[in-house]
Design a protein around this ligand. Structure first.
Ligand SMILES: Cc1cc2nc3c(=O)[nH]c(=O)nc-3n(C[C@H](O)[C@H](O)[C@H](O)COP(=O)(O)OP(=O)(O)OC[C@H]3O[C@@H](n4cnc5c(N)ncnc54)[C@H](O)[C@@H]3O)c2cc1C
Length: 271
């Protein structure tokens, strides 16, 4: 036996070479997806561990990161071919186009609280991807127009914090759970403690940015009042991907009557 065969560095180099070679080989089977993502400038994604494009640590991390419904976190739950985490409106629109071109069913996830698990599991048995909106969570508050634009991946907590950072006078009528996503919540109506005074979240929506199956970004004017109406109560994931919502800020009353464990309590608001 030559002296190289006893050298640990030699074995290490062989091991690194082989693993790189296997990685390249396995990537070729994912070529259509990777090619499409590259062509569409989709940079932030992770593929199913079988593909080994990116390590399964990333995949499992992002699969569970925003998933709040543990009933669909089982091993037996169907797993997406890829998880895409768009970072801009363009990447979101391109994700829709790319997945459509590859006949991959698109599942959108915002806060991941869906009781039915429909932000995790596909409708049929076809290959699917999850578009996780978590990186699209910016909130732009404009006190002058008493409104805010909130991106479709923000949570209610992120929306409330952003408004509170600008003013303690304004708020927004929505639910209590800070980790609930704005998109799933607004798409279903949105009931909260300010509801008696201001109605549902859906009643306080001024505009919306919707991406349709052609990758077009449409506002309220382009989509028309019928779709705008359906988006506010018709359930998430039915009419396209919501990139962002323009919400009407409301005045938070100085005092709120809340019922806590059968006791009526009067809570004052720090104005
Ligand atoms: C702890 C908890 C507290 C709650 N509190 C309240 C409450 O106080 N008031 C109330 O009314 N409801 C409440 N709910 C219900 C909650 O509003 C719904 O479960 C809501 O659908 C969750 O939205 P999500 O974004 O977190 O869920 P997800 O599972 O991410 O999404 C739900 C649906 O919306 C779709 N979707 C997500 N993002 C988008 C997008 N950008 N564009 C298009 N479709 C999208 C998904 O595909 C899925 O179909 C609560 C739920 C929980 C678990």
């Amino acid at each position: 036996m030559s002296k190289f065969h006893k050298d640990p560095i030699f074995f290490l180099q062989i091991f690194i070479f082989l693993s790189q070679f296997t990685n390249i080989l396995s990537q070729t089977t994912d070529f259509p997806i990777i090619n499409c993502f590259n062509n569409h400038k989709i940079t932030n994604f992770t593929l199913h561990p079988n593909s080994t494009h990116i390590s399964s640590i990333h995949y499992n991390h992002f699969l569970k990161f925003s998933l709040q419904n543990l009933r669909v976190a089982k091993d037996s739950t169907p797993k997406p071919t890829a998880i895409i985490l768009p970072e801009s409106k363009e990447q979101l629109a391109n994700s829709v186009l790319c997945c459509r071109g590859l006949s991959l069913e698109i599942i959108i996830r915002c806060g991941g609280h869906s009781y039915e698990g429909i932000s995790s599991i596909p409708r049929g048995n076809n290959p699917f991807v999850i578009i996780d909106m978590m990186n699209l969570n910016r909130v732009i508050v404009d006190l002058e127009s008493e409104s805010a634009w909130v991106e479709g991946g923000a949570t209610l907590g992120e929306l409330y914090s952003a408004i509170a950072a600008h003013s303690s006078y304004y708020g927004f009528p929505a639910g209590l759970g800070p980790t609930v996503g704005v998109s799933g919540h607004f798409s279903g109506g949105g009931i909260g403690v300010l509801g008696r005074k201001y109605g549902l979240s859906a009643d306080n929506m001024l505009d919306v940015g919707l991406i349709d199956a052609e990758g077009r970004v449409m506002g309220r004017a382009e989509m028309g009042e019928e779709i705008f109406w359906a988006l506010r109560g018709g359930g998430g994931g039915n009419f396209g991907v919501v990139y962002g919502w323009k919400v009407q800020l409301v005045h938070v009353p100085k005092g709120l009557l809340a019922l806590v464990l059968n006791k009526a309590q009067f809570m004052s608001w720090p104005n």
